[in-house]
Design a protein around this ligand. Structure first.
Ligand code: AMP
Length: 118
């Protein structure tokens, strides 16, 4: 499987589609999900062509990996979710329910989000 450069997050990174940016640096972009599943629902995506969490973890450089996860933490701070908590998840491929084939982490919070899978 190869990276599809026409996926919607690739288009967001190229500025072809608007987004509601929460945080951005050289490694990552964080923005509000267009169809929120919780009062706060953000997506954090790396600035690189990675299909899912395994592709990113195995093939990104150390600086990219560190920068991405620090961007996740900075997004949590920007959203003021540190104190009450949140869930960070990454859907992977068909069984994981991944719709957009560009690695992303969902950050869900703003209320208790329940157990792992309801
Ligand atoms: P996943 O199922 O893990 O691939 O999640 C993809 C997420 O992307 C879903 O929660 C969608 O609501 C979200 N999404 C799709 N298009 C956009 C968009 N243009 N802007 C923001 N979020 C989007």
């Amino acid at each position: 499987m190869t990276y599809d450069s026409h996926n919607i997050f690739a288009r967001i990174l190229r500025g072809e589609i608007p987004n509601k940016t929460i945080y951005e640096d050289e490694y990552a972009l964080a923005f509000h999900d267009i169809a929120p599943q919780a009062p706060v629902h953000a997506l954090v995506i790396p600035k690189g062509e990675f299909m899912d969490v395994c592709d990113f973890s195995l093939n990104a450089g150390a600086a990219q990996i560190a920068g991405f996860w620090q961007a996740v933490a900075k997004t949590v701070t920007a959203l003021e979710l540190e104190q009450n908590g949140f869930r960070a998840i990454s859907n992977c491929k068909e069984h994981g329910g991944q719709e957009v084939p560009h690695f992303h982490v969902h950050i869900l919070g703003g209320k208790p989000v329940g157990r792992m899978i309801s």
